[in-house]
Design a protein around this ligand. Structure first.
Ligand SMILES: [Zn+2]
Length: 365
């Protein structure tokens, strides 16, 4: 009898132990899969933890809005529906680099005080304030093309580096351009800007008014178009006109004038050849036609031009007997574009008025 009881007790102990061992062997196991989550990345618990032998109570969203370490609580039911609570520490990290707002191409004039960081900003997903710096080999005082880099780093060490093109242009002398306004004796408004004179909107070059040495680069398209129209009209009358000398640069005029001075002396040369910077040929609006000599004077072409050129916007620039006004002897071959309105006024029904008389200006060195 006693023996039986002992056996039963032993059996009960074995059974209870068995149950306890079974229970403990089947406890849930919860492990962390990922210790870090990127900032603001929507993440639920089951994406970062692994539950074995248990059931997650609430697969909740993890708060990823704040950088740094955060505690998460995980509740799991075991097979007898008993609730277990686990705690983990994870890090919310920033893996995105800042975004820099900048200009891809910057153009400045050499020597200009320039802040390359002006209007350059950076933003980051962390919402922190990001400082931008500029790097690269460049010289704001020397013309050239440079590569510069804008660099921004967030607190997590993510760095953004953007390349921009910096063009430093040669210093223009725009700051030194002198503007002088004046009124002529006939009441026309004139302006001399950067060494170029306009009177009533008309570019004027004579012995008084000159051009800078770098001015001009060929006959203007307006001049050429008007000339071609005129040439076509003349050819219908059986006349052949062509440009013998169009645009002349300062340098070219310099050598022409100096040759004439060598040949005839300065005083004589000044009556028919302009000093460099004073030639109307440098304007790109004037040209000589056919034979550049008094031999052209009595040709059919010369007569036709003197009476018709105004219709195309041209004037006979140096009319006969007006040497004292223009500063030059009569040139039947030299024409200048001024536009049809002014050309018609100056044509004056065949009795050419000079630009000098019309505007009330001089032509003298
Ligand atoms: Zn000429």
């Amino acid at each position: 009898m006693k023996k039986k009881i002992i056996i039963i007790i032993l059996l009960i102990i074995v059974l209870i132990s068995g149950c306890l061992i079974f229970y403990y062997l089947n406890q849930p196991s919860v492990t962390l899969n990922k210790k870090t989550i990127p900032l603001n990345q929507e993440t639920r618990l089951d994406e970062i933890i692994l539950v074995k032998k248990g059931e997650l109570v609430d697969n909740k969203k993890i708060n990823t809005k704040k950088l740094g370490q955060t505690k998460i609580t995980v509740q799991v039911l075991d097979f007898i529906k008993r609730k277990h609570t686990y705690e983990f520490k994870i890090d919310i990290i920033d893996t995105e680099k800042p975004i820099i707002n900048y200009q891809k191409e910057i153009k400045i004039e050499a020597g200009t005080k320039t802040d390359l960081l002006k209007n350059v900003t950076a933003s980051d997903n962390s919402k922190e304030e990001i400082k931008v710096t500029v790097d690269g080999k460049y010289d704001l005082n020397k013309a050239g093309e440079y590569k510069i880099y804008y660099i921004a780093k967030d607190a997590s060490g993510n760095e953004a580096k953007e390349e921009a093109k910096l063009t430093v242009t040669a210093k223009s002398n725009s700051a030194n351009i002198v503007t002088k306004n004046f009124t002529t004796s006939k009441g026309f408004k004139g302006v001399t800007k950067g060494g170029v004179t306009y009177i009533d909107g008309i570019l004027v070059v004579n012995k008084t008014y000159s051009l800078p040495s770098n001015y001009g680069n060929g006959l203007t398209s307006t001049t050429l178009n008007a000339f071609n129209k005129m040439k076509t009209a003349a050819s219908k009358e059986g006349l052949n006109i062509y440009i013998s000398s169009g645009f002349r640069s300062y340098t070219r005029q310099n050598s022409i004038y100096n040759n004439y001075v060598k040949q005839d002396g300065k005083a004589k040369a000044d009556t028919y050849s302009a000093r460099p910077g004073h030639s109307e040929h440098q304007t790109g609006l004037a040209y000589d036609v056919n034979t550049i000599s008094p031999a052209f004077d009595n040709t059919k072409e010369a007569k036709w031009l003197a009476n018709n050129c105004y219709k195309y916007g041209f004037i006979l620039r140096y009319p006969k007997g007006k040497d004292n006004e223009t500063g030059y002897m009569y040139e039947s071959w030299h024409f200048r574009y001024v536009g049809e309105d002014l050309a018609t006024k100056l044509y004056n029904n065949g009795d050419w008025i000079t630009l000098e008389t019309y505007f009330g200006i001089t032509s003298a060195y």
